[in-house]
Design a protein around this ligand. Structure first.
Ligand code: FMN
Length: 267
């Protein structure tokens, strides 16, 4: 019986093994995998940014206060939905801050921890390594922010304007054809990117999986925050990766866009 099951599971030489299967198999944790010591991890982490600094770009402070929420936690969970119609509405800086903070904000500075040197966030992270970065694009849709692409600097409660200007057309080209309109119709387009080495130096192939899982945590917090604020939210996997990464001016290998979320009017 067992033999025949194995036979069925055996990969036929006629069919190419799908890449995902090879990856899934290769990224499994085994009993005899070597692991770095705590000191080696701390040493490696000291060579990696916890957040990209973007020091040369103008930094804009976010408010210390949050926007008032319109729903309880349970109501936010029950009412999250992808809107049927997408249209933009102007957001306040407090709404922006609330969404970014819930997504990937800092909750504890963790300064006196001997081994874990990263400030903790609103989402969990394998090994507290926080491999993600958040960027967002606005037209004239957030009070007090000029149009452009911004980077979220959670440790400073600030954002940096890294690519000023209206870039609707370039973003539209990077979205799959049935949803190019999202480039024009959303108030805020969030790009969740992963700096894979921040996780894979420790967890190897499994670290890649962790980066994707963690993007899900961030996205869900963004979804619930937007819903609690009575805004619409759409999750976007349908984008041309190379075009988005080119637009974001990141290499797409060591640092790549893995998920996008649009914030819009709720209907
Ligand atoms: C990983 C992922 C990628 C998605 N990508 C898109 C997308 O590119 N465009 C879109 O309109 N919806 C996208 N969605 C939204 C789903 O279509 C939607 O969540 C699903 O139809 C269920 O509907 P609901 O969100 O209203 O519950 C995506 C959802 C997930 C989880």
């Amino acid at each position: 019986m067992l033999n025949s099951l194995w036979k069925e599971a055996e990969l036929s030489s006629e069919s190419a093994t799908p890449c995902w299967e090879i990856f899934h198999e290769s990224s499994k944790t085994g009993h005899y995998d070597g692991a770095l010591t705590n000191n080696q991890v701390v040493e490696e982490m000291s060579n990696l940014y916890d957040v990209f600094p973007y020091k040369q770009f103008p930094s804009i402070k976010l408010p210390d206060t949050f926007a008032p929420v319109r729903r309880t936690f349970l109501e936010a969970v029950q009412n999250r939905v992808t809107p049927m119609q997408i249209s933009a509405e102007k957001l306040s800086l407090e709404q922006l801050k609330t969404i970014l903070y819930c997504g990937y904000g800092v909750t504890r500075d963790n300064a006196d921890n001997e081994y874990i040197k990263r400030p903790f966030r609103t989402v969990p992270s394998g090994g507290a390594l926080y491999p993600l970065e958040l960027y967002f694009y606005v037209h004239d849709t957030v009070e007090g922010l000029e149009p452009g692409v911004y980077h979220y600097a959670p440790t400073e409660n600030a954002v940096q304007l890294i690519k000023p200007g209206i870039h609707d057309e370039q973003i539209a080209e990077a979205l799959v054809s049935f949803q190019t309109h999202l480039a024009y119709d959303t108030s805020l387009l969030i790009f969740i990117t992963a700096v894979f080495n921040r996780s894979v130096f420790k967890y190897k192939e499994k670290g890649y999986r962790f980066a994707l899982l963690e993007a899900g945590h961030v996205a869900q917090n963004i979804n619930l925050a937007a819903t609690a604020l009575d805004l619409g939210v759409i999750n976007i996997g349908g984008f041309h990766d190379r075009l988005v990464d080119r637009f974001m001016e990141i290499d797409g290998l060591n640092h790549a866009t893995i998920y996008m979320n649009g914030i819009c009017k709720r209907n």
